[in-house]
Design a protein around this ligand. Structure first.
Ligand code: SF4
Length: 762
């Protein structure tokens, strides 16, 4: 807590509360009267002095502390004003401490905090009674049931029959402990997180070509770029503050090229917007590379000195003539050529993408092709250049990857199959670690079906809604032998749980998050925990100790100290430095290392130190539209909502703007099926069907439909597939599903069964 922080008088209940509020109102009335008098009698300068004094006095009643946003991975920092219980306002913090957002925040960063005090917050552990109904329990009783459940599965089937879904919303320190808990306490490598559903193909594609599975840039590289290529990224809705910075650059003359199936808002700012069919992106990227090489627009010197595999890669792009690219992707040859001219002629270009590129059965190929493009144009390792996958959840870079809650990697991307690295962790954690990787999240639900997994510990995730193939995921959650859910709310997954443990939100905890450009930033507790909820790291420690371990962390700083002692890329990132320097970017090997603003300035993180240009052949999406299911469904997010809505659905203000999902359909497609704007329509795939209101709009192409992912009543993952996975990263193909559409006669509304508060009902 900062020194300026003071506690407001505690809120009182009943008559005392009424008197307190009356006194505050009277004070405000006197202040308003005095302000009116003063305005008539005082000079302007004096008036400002008085206003400042009143403002200081009022602020003195509030608690203020800076923290990092818990919504998306742009990583905005701001001061949070609270009365000790509620978040009253946020305001940009000192720009020195907020290099990413400077003075900006988006609607979620500014206003989305009502969820903290929502009546539906879990404030006590829940267990099942003899009728299988929820009842509140003490922590001790809940822990006993969890330990008994976990241990009975481990004793009967072995530790590797357990799995843990970790939370990219939690801090780095907590995710480090989730990785450790899986290996040391449960005895399994089957620990994974939401990264599998979004950017694991980015991690795989970038790690194999350039060395690190992360953005090479800092946010300021966008400011120094002459050109920016954006693909599969609805930046204004998914990463709003980053979008604001890019739009500012465009106003100042930077060329913006956008490839996307939807004419998203960034298209309005673009030098060139090109509509593409979802699912084939490696084809147009290869087409760009071919044009750039054929027309000598590539950086010969960079290719010669800093890459290998150029000839093989060039040979692989030969089939991607403009005509072939148009046939596969719908990109007109003239637009392919003009985009190639802009990128090839730019001195400095940043290549950014999001899930439109990665959530495909060939997502790793798409990312590899983009890395090839960056390398042959020399757009790596210099100011204003680089590759920038915009990460989604607030801490998916750090918590979802760097900290090692991954089946194949220990913290710092140290491979579980490498004997020396594994031995280091076995020694540090005093346990045996299996030398084979565990199940990825998407594989966990298939392994549950086969009986290879029996129990699950799910922390801050909601796979019932977020996994591909909702029907299959729900069936597995129903059948699982023992399920523990740890969350803020009784979400859709918790309904299948045996025990539910109440966790704290990011506003109630301390530690660090790592944002999309590898910047580790401080998270500070700004309000007290609700009821008996606990921080994730506290719950993990108390469980570990009840399962025979001796964890003794006093706070997240002690966890961070242990983590950085065995994680070289975080070796110099202490809490003290992060606080003092306003964030430190990894890799940062020791306390004297300055951190790394931009990757690959000297060499790539590969065996040879050179970028591995890798041939990318074209393979079709695993499901294509056909006569029976003639449309392509692609899915995504909207500005006002966040993932499965755990934090945004309780927000009245947010729900006023967006309280339901929809399906976008082009006017031509709508006319072909007799659908009008607002009609309830049925969307069907081979996996199931949903009904959802139609939005008829020019922004989506013909024969393609788009639906957001945020509401259970219209759960779009009913339509996606659980077994069409990228062969390398095992990311599901959320962006491509063959569907058909039809109007639902006689239905004008969708029935919404909003999550009811459970406090007091159990
Ligand atoms: Fe938070 Fe992302 Fe909005 Fe910034 S852009 S305020 S990090 S949600």
């Amino acid at each position: 807590m900062t020194d300026e922080r003071t506690k407001m008088e505690e809120r009182k209940e009943g008559v005392a509360g009424y008197m307190q509020r009356a006194k505050e109102q009277a004070t405000r009335n006197v202040e308003h009267f005095t302000e009116g008098m003063a305005a008539e009698m005082m000079s302007e300068g004096k008036l400002f002095d008085v206003a400042q004094e009143i403002s200081d006095e009022r602020l003195g009643e509030l608690t203020v502390d800076d923290t990092t946003c818990g919504y998306c991975a742009v990583g905005c920092r701001f001061d949070v004003y609270t009365d000790g219980e509620e978040v009253l306002a946020t305001r940009a913090t000192d720009p020195e401490k907020s290099p990413v957002n400077d003075i900006s925040t988006c609607v979620k960063g500014k206003f989305s905090y009502d969820f903290v005090n929502n009546d539906g917050r879990l404030t006590k552990p829940l267990v099942r009674d003899e009728n299988d109904e929820w009842r509140e329990a003490t922590w001790e009783e809940a822990y006993e049931q969890v330990v008994e459940g976990f241990e009975s599965i481990i004793d009967e089937y072995g530790g590797d029959s357990m799995c843990l879904i970790a939370s990219s919303k939690a801090t780095n320190e907590e995710n480090y402990l989730m990785s450790k808990f899986a290996r040391q306490v449960l005895g399994t490598n089957s620990v994974d997180n939401c990264n599998r559903l979004c950017h694991s193909s980015t991690v795989a594609g970038l790690a194999s070509t350039l060395g690190f599975g992360a953005a090479s840039v800092s946010v300021k590289d966008f400011e120094e770029a002459d050109a920016i290529l954006l693909s599969g990224s609805n930046t204004t809705e998914a990463h709003p503050v980053l979008a604001t910075r890019i739009k500012q650059q465009v106003r100042e003359g930077t060329d913006l090229v956008v490839f996307d199936p939807r004419e998203i808002q960034m298209a309005e700012y673009a030098t060139q917007y090109t509509k593409v069919l979802p699912g084939h992106d490696r084809a147009w990227v290869n087409g760009l590379i071919k044009y750039i090489v054929d027309n000598d627009l590539y950086d010969e010197e960079f290719v010669e000195e800093r890459t290998e595999g150029f000839d093989e890669m060039v040979e692989a792009v030969q089939p991607f003539t403009p005509e072939r690219v148009e046939e596969l992707t719908g990109v007109p040859p003239a637009e392919l050529e003009s985009a190639a001219e802009i990128i090839g002629n730019a001195e400095r270009c940043v290549i950014g993408w999001t899930l439109g590129i990665t959530e495909q059965s060939r997502g790793t190929d798409n990312v590899t092709a983009l890395a090839n493009l960056a390398a042959i144009t020399g757009n790596l390792g210099k100011p204003g250049t680089g590759v920038s996958p915009f990460r989604g959840q607030n801490n998916v870079q750090g918590g979802g990857g760097d900290m090692g809650p991954l089946p194949d990697n220990l913290p710092g991307y140290q491979s579980v199959t490498d004997d020396d690295l594994r031995a280091k962790f076995e020694d540090a954690w005093d346990c045996d670690i299996a030398p084979e990787r565990g199940f990825y999240t998407t594989e966990m639900f298939l392994a549950l079906e086969e009986g290879d997994l029996r129990g699950m510990y799910c922390i801050g995730e909601n796979p019932s809604l977020s996994e591909p193939g909702k029907g299959h995921a729900d069936e597995m959650l129903e059948e699982i032998e023992f399920l523990v859910v740890q969350d803020l709310f009784l979400n859709e997954t918790a309904k299948y749980a045996d025990v539910v443990l109440p966790a704290c939100s990011f506003l109630e905890k301390s530690g660090t998050f790592t944002n999309t450009d590898r910047r580790v930033q401080k998270v500070n507790k700004v309000i007290e925990r609700k009821g008996d909820s606990k921080q994730d790291w506290v719950i993990l420690q108390e469980l570990a100790n009840r399962m025979g371990r001796e964890w003794d962390y006093a706070d997240t700083n002690e966890i961070n100290e242990e983590m950085r002692s065995i994680t070289p890329i975080y070796g110099g990132i202490s809490h003290e430095r992060v606080e003092a320097e306003g964030g430190v970017q990894w890799p940062c090997y020791d306390l004297d290392h300055p951190g790394t603003e931009r990757l690959y300035e000297e060499e790539f993180n590969t065996d040879s130190g050179k970028a591995n240009l890798t041939p990318v052949e074209y393979k079709e999406p695993m499901e294509q539209p056909d006569e029976e299911f003639p449309l392509t469904l692609t899915t995504g997010r909207v500005l006002y909502q966040y993932h499965t809505g755990t934090m945004t659905h309780p927000e009245e203000g947010i729900m006023k703007y967006n309280d339901r999902d929809f399906v976008e359909i082009s006017p031509k497609t709508a006319a072909a099926y007799g659908i009008e704007d607002g009609d309830v329509v049925r969307l069907e795939s081979r996996r199931g069907e949903i009904t959802v209101p139609a939005q008829v709009t020019e922004r989506i192409g013909d024969d393609v439909v788009f639906a957001p992912i945020h509401f259970a009543e219209t759960a779009v993952n009913t339509l996606t597939s659980s077994d069409r996975l990228d062969p390398v990263a095992k990311t599901p193909e959320f962006k491509v599903s063959a569907v058909r559409i039809s109007p639902v006669e006689g239905q004008e509304e969708i029935e919404y069964d909003r999550m009811e508060p459970i406090s007091g009902d159990v």
